[in-house]
Design a protein. Structure first.
Length: 61
């Protein structure tokens, strides 16, 4: 007959004496406040010919 180590007794004892876990729903609704700021920056470049056309004809746009 093998001898059982004391650690095994401790683990079994802890398993037998383990508590019960209960989970309850909250009374109030869960509110998640997301403060999100979305910004967009548009960068464009015009070649020299396009710049000259726009300066010569300002009424185009």
């Amino acid at each position: 007959m093998k001898q059982v180590p004391p650690l095994a007794f401790a683990i079994c004892g802890m398993a037998l004496l383990g508590g019960c876990v209960t989970v309850n729903a909250p009374d109030k609704p869960i509110v998640i406040n997301l403060n999100i700021s979305i910004t967009q920056e548009v960068v464009y470049r015009l070649d020299n010919k396009a710049k000259a056309i726009i300066q010569d004809n300002p009424g185009i746009f």
